[in-house]
Design a protein around this ligand. Structure first.
Ligand code: RUB
Length: 280
């Protein structure tokens, strides 16, 4: 299986992991090219591979931004020989990975400061930023939604329980029933857009319920996810109901948009930001 297929099939999931896996794969692809004629040929092949990786999840700005950042530098390279071009691709990929790691480390630090001692936290889906924050902040209890239809919430529950934190997996439909028990909601993001934060389908419902019950909603995300707007990914209806009767229509949106009204702060690598201050 290729990294492209693993991203497309959600074997690799979560914006940050997708970005990281794509960068590593782009570097590996370029470094295994032996039969290219010249510099132009090398750059063309690498660009084609970057485009293929981007198309695995076209609505993931972090994936697009990371690969674009590498390619924009590669296009300007003065290196001519294959070995030097490959070295440069390696250096640019390494730099991009370091940027992702540094951003996540800072998001974790700021995120920990947003979770008061003895808190009960609710989260939705599986965000690597959120899991890292929660496991280090060590709240007294975490509610994790199961996150239909692909159940990424099970990954979250598993990670948090393994860190020794009391964890309760709940049905997505159960959020309203437990919200009064929680102190705060913290979710990740796939995109930070002008209209709001785009994250796993159901995030909007979770945020609206929290808002109605006066519980703060925090979003943990790198500013590498900032983009004017994106189309919401529509996935195969089989994920929802495999042998559904033909007359039953199913629209399987992967994400929804949480309006800023429902978000208290966005935890970024630059600190806790008021959504109004995001620069597009
Ligand atoms: C995962 C999801 C995560 C964000 C943020 O969706 O919505 O909350 O990607 O993740 P999917 P991270 O499973 O469809 O990829 O904090 O890891 O970047």
């Amino acid at each position: 299986m290729s990294v492209y297929t693993d991203i497309k099939n959600l074997k690799i999931q979560g914006a940050s992991e997708i970005g990281k896996a794509a960068i590593i794969d782009l570097n590996s692809y370029g470094n295994h090219l032996t039969k290219v004629k010249d510099k132009k040929d090398f750059l063309l092949e690498v660009e084609k591979h970057a485009d293929k990786l981007k198309s695995a999840r076209p609505t993931e700005p972090m994936l697009q931004n990371c690969l674009e950042s590498i390619m924009s530098k590669m296009r300007k390279t003065r290196s001519e020989e294959l070995i030097k071009l490959q070295k440069e691709l390696y250096m640019q990929s390494k730099e991009e990975i370091l940027r992702l790691k540094t951003n996540m480390r800072k998001i974790i630090e700021y995120g920990i400061s947003a979770i008061p001692a003895n808190s009960i936290v609710l989260t939705h889906c599986h965000s690597h930023n959120v899991v890292n924050i929660i496991t280090k902040a060590d709240p007294v209890k975490v509610f994790a939604t199961e996150t239909r239809p692909r159940f990424q919430g099970r990954l979250t529950a598993k990670d948090i329980a393994s860190a020794g934190i009391e964890t309760e997996l709940i049905l997505d439909d159960e959020v309203a029933d437990v919200i009064d028990q929680v102190d705060m909601v913290i979710i990740g993001a796939d995109a930070i857009t002008k209209k709001g934060v785009v994250n796993k389908i159901g995030s909007r419902m979770v945020a609206e319920i929290a808002y109605d019950h006066k519980k703060p909603v925090y979003v943990a995300a790198s500013t590498l996810k900032v983009i004017d707007k994106i189309d919401i990914e529509v996935r195969d209806s089989d994920e929802v109901w495999k042998d559904a009767p033909k007359k039953v229509k199913i629209k399987n949106y992967a994400f929804d948009t949480v309006p800023y009204k429902h978000i208290k702060k966005i935890i970024t690598e630059n600190g806790l930001i008021n959504p109004k201050n995001i620069k597009f």
